[in-house]
Ligand binder design. Structure first.
Ligand SMILES: [Fe+2]
Ligand SMILES: [Fe+2]
Length: 235
């Protein structure tokens, strides 16, 4: 993977969240810490997203810029996905993010079932919701990955070889983007219902682990959807 040239760009409040994340991928973690809906609201400007949460736009923008400059100065690797060919980006997405989901969705399902079974009596509303929402998310994502790998990604590769027109991809892209929104909504609901994955007092190690894994999956999925919505699906 090629690293970004060590040249720092100025981030601007008018940029969309997606644009900021393309320039500085580390911004995704900052957005998550700030509870900004990045995943499916990537087209909003940074200013709009920060104002919505009553943040001081200039102060946060300065923080992100500082973190970005620090990462560049320290040589922290910033992967430049924007300069990859679409075929190489697809390969990265499958190997990294699809593989992650295929390995982890069944594991997390078994964890959410376990905590529902063991702690459901004391935390019925939350754990019933977590269990049901996760099952719905898992099903949606499994179908979604399949659709990408068998329908859209081959079309994108053909497009890159000049064998297809952009217009022949548009409907599929629209459909898959709306599936990203649906997955993002489920994640939002999970985060809200669990008060940001806070384990209640008395929660056992499995409880802690289940919430850690859900949060890890959320992070991975945000990065995954960012690469698709903001880079791969843009022509
Ligand atoms: Fe994907
Ligand atoms: Fe996707």
């Amino acid at each position: 993977m090629k690293s970004i040239e060590r040249e720092v760009k100025m981030l601007k409040k008018e940029m969309s969240l997606g644009e900021v994340a393309i320039i500085y991928p580390g911004a995704i973690n900052i957005f998550m810490d700030l509870d900004i809906d990045f995943c499916c609201g990537g087209n909003r400007s940074l200013e709009e997203a920060l104002q919505e949460k009553n943040y001081n736009t200039q102060a946060v923008l300065k923080d992100i810029q500082n973190q970005y400059e620090k990462d560049v100065a320290e040589g922290t690797e910033i992967q430049d996905f924007n300069n990859l060919s679409k075929t190489a980006l697809i390969e990265h997405i499958i190997k990294t993010h699809h593989e992650y989901l295929r390995n982890n969705l069944p594991r997390i399902e078994s964890l959410t079932e376990t905590i529902y079974r063991v702690h459901g009596e004391n935390h019925y509303e939350m754990l019933n919701f977590v269990n049901e929402s996760f099952k719905a998310l898992k099903k949606e994502l499994e179908d979604h990955l399949e659709k990408e790998e068998t329908i859209l990604f081959p079309k994108v590769e053909q497009y890159e070889k000049g064998l297809l027109e952009k217009s022949e991809l548009e409907n599929t892209i629209e459909e898959l983007e709306s599936e990203h929104d649906a997955a993002g909504d489920i994640l939002k609901g999970l985060r809200k219902m669990t008060s940001g994955y806070t384990v209640p007092a008395g929660g056992c190690n499995t409880f802690v682990f289940a919430f850690e894994k859900l949060e890890e999956m959320e992070k991975d999925l945000f990065q995954h959807i960012h690469l698709e919505n903001n880079i791969l699906f843009k022509f």
